[in-house]
Design a protein around this ligand. Sequence first.
Ligand SMILES: CC(=O)c1cc(-c2ccccn2)c2ncccn12
Length: 121
Amino acid sequence: EIDMASQKRRPLSRLLEQLLRNLEKRDPNQFFAWPVNDNFAPGYSDIIRRPMDFSTMKQKIDDNEYKSLNCFISDFKLMCNNAMKYNKAGTVYHKAARRLLHAGLKQLTPQKLRPLGNLLT
Ligand SMILES: CC(=O)c1cc(-c2ccccn2)c2ncccn12
């Protein structure tokens, strides 16, 4: 269960929740909202060894699994790179993944994060 009090005590969790919300806005079609379903994506789990999606990232924040911002950013990159690996260039999913990765990393640059203070120390 989500212990709100501890969420307040965990500034990193608060920051990651905010960053996740901003990244999700860049996925209006919600292609990345849930784990990819093998029924929609034939052979997906044979090709992609480490699946990742926004709902899994949210759960990892709530379970306090991210020990640093970099771990969070790694999962975001993994999610986008999985989509660019499985889906051929030119497909709607490949293009959406490249756009999401580009837009997302721009939100995660040091100059964008600095205003969030020393939450990262
Ligand atoms: C992200 C991804 O690779 C993906 C999302 C989806 C998806 C996401 C939401 C609804 C339907 N399909 C998908 N379908 C087929 C092949 C790949 N995908």
